[in-house]
Structure formats: C-alpha cells, structure tokens
Ligand binder design. Sequence first.
Ligand SMILES: [Zn+2]
Length: 398
Amino acid sequence: MNQSSAGHLLWLIRSGRASTRGELQRITGLSRSTVGQRLDQLFRAGWVKESAGDPVEAPTGGRPAVRLRFDVSHGVVLCADLETRHARAAVLDLGGTVLAEHSGALLINQGPDEVLGRLAQWFALLLEKAGLAPGAVCGIGLAVPGPVDTSLGQVVQPPIMPGWDRYPLVDGMRAAFVAQVGEAGAEIPVLVENDANLMAYAEQREGFPDCSAFLLVKVSTGIGAGVVVDGEMYRGFDGAAGDIGHIRLSDHPGALCRCGSYGCLAAVASGRALAEQLTAAGVPTASGSGVRDQLTIGQPDAVRLAREAGRLVGGVLATVVTLLNPGVLMIAGDLAGPPFLTGVRELLYQRAMPRITTYLQVVTSRLGERAGLTGAAAMVVESLYAPDRADERLSAMQ
Ligand SMILES: [Zn+2]
C-alpha cells in the first residue's frame, strides 16, 4: 500500500483514523501542501467533502478544524440477496443506507439467465423509484446461497442452485443490466459472494466491530456458515469454507439431501427439512419461512422440531467453535429463535470444552432480512475504495 497516495488518505478518512488535514499530515508525515494536493484529487472526484459547518474541536483548545468526510452520496450500489424461492434487491448509498428496495418471488432453480434477467429488471425499476440515472451506479453486489470462487466470480458445485455451476455470473449480470439500461452499465464492476459470508460481514461490522473472530450460521432452506476474522471474510482455500450443511451425520442414513447424498445436516435440520417433518406430522408447511410462521405462533410440533434441529446443528458447531474459537456465534435465518437456540446451546455446552464456550456469546441476528444486502453493499464499497483500487480509478479520471 502506498502510504502517501490519495487512495491511502481516503482510506484513513473512511476508516475514521483521520478526520482533519492536520491528522492526515500527522499520520502520513506528508507536508501540508502534499496533503492539500491529494485532497484536491479526492474533492474533484466528489469522493470527499469538507464543510465549515461541521468542525472538529482541536484537542489543544485552538481553532476548530474543518472535518473531512467520505461523501456517501456521490454514487450508489445495486445489491441483491438471492434465496432459493425469493429474492431481495435494493439500491443503497455508499454508506449502506437503503434508498429503494424490492423483494419478491424468484425461483433460483429457473437458472441464471432467467434469474439475472429478472434481477436486472428489478434494478432498473429501483433506480427509477429512487430517481437515479444508471450512471450513478458504481457497482453491483450479489449474495447467493452457494459456495463462490470469488477469483472466478462463479458459484462452484452449489448443492441447492441447479444450473448455476460455474456459470459466468459477473459477465451474465452485467449483460442483463446492459439489456435494461444500455451502455451506461457496460463497465460496471460486479461482485459475487456467498450469502452467509456477507451476512457475517455485515453483522460483525454493524454490531460487533471489536470481535476479531465472528461466526454466523444461517439456517433457512439450507444451512451455511460465514466466518469473519480480523474484519475480513474468511473464504478458505477456494471459497468453500463454511458450507457445513452437507456434513453427514452418522445417525440419519435414510435422509435424502438436495445435494444427492444421504444424512446431511441440512437434510434433517434445515428449514426445508423441518417443513417436511411438520407436514408429515399433520401441519402442512411449504418452506423454511412457513416453519418460521409456525414458530412465531408457538405451534408445539414446530417448537419441538426446532429444538431438536438446534441440537443437531449444535453438535456440529461444537467442532466448529473449537476450531475457530469465535467471540460471537450468531444464529440467523428462518429458524433463528428461542427453541432452536436452546437446542444449539444444549449440545454446544455438552460437547465443547468450557475453555471455548465460557465467553462465547450466542446471539441472534441484529440486521435481520437486510443482512445479506447490507453485506453485499459493504463488500462492493470496500472493494471500489480500497487504496490501490481508488488510486487506479482516480488516475483513470484524469
Ligand atoms: Zn447434502
């Protein structure tokens, strides 16, 4: 990282490490005039603003300094969070505030062409609703329910996304967007990431910024986990870290999983599995969100099954938390509620060492249904304004 570039100064401002010209000088060791030149680049780009009406009190009691801020309104990002039967899309400013949002049925098993085409239509409508031109869009972020190789921008062997294996998602999304908005979309960066990873990223930044090892487990149609270490998503060797739903349990050999195997954790303890079990018990339930509705009204079979599912997931998590030693274990998704958490805790405390669980906080989601979108927006912004990338973009503007 070039410690004196405009991109680096922007990073200092965005991360809250510096908020005045004086602080930038002190941290970087640059002269007043060099800091001024770098800031002029950032002002010209519209990325940073400085307003006299927003002073920073000087610690020495001297003249208050003018505050520098990242201008979160100079562009927007378009994000979508894809579930198996449903999707949520939004246009957000660069600070992650939702400006317009749409959610609706969208079946992931219709395949990428159909789904990305529909998403692009939603994106165009969202821009219209927010009164924005396509040129305001800096990037697109997608959260998908499968393992993503981010270096390729592809989902790889996704258990519950038939037809998506190794599909060129970045080019496909961009082409679908161009079909809606024309050439204004031709150069737009598209980033794709696993949904649980993005939820973990967003929840850690929002609620537990000081937690250096954060684990989120999403239990909806499937079961997946996201890990954030020192503020960064942990993806593993090639993007498959956290796909715990297809660990096979030894005592459920007859349970057929959507991945084709038998006895997977997701085949017995996911929202989909519980919907089937509830239906078999005489409580017709179509999906994970249906199970959530039954849990909300305290339906006794749903409560019993959710607690049992929590125990099964907790048994697997005993190994996971022993390996990772997280400070926070967050349970998110359709089943995240008291019965499921009780089950998780029972097995976790029974099977993992006290050394691991004594200070472990087991909590439920804070951001709820927007966690995936919020994480996708943060991923795009962090990527576009990372120091090296910011410098590249600034020099391309000159
Ligand atoms: Zn499976």
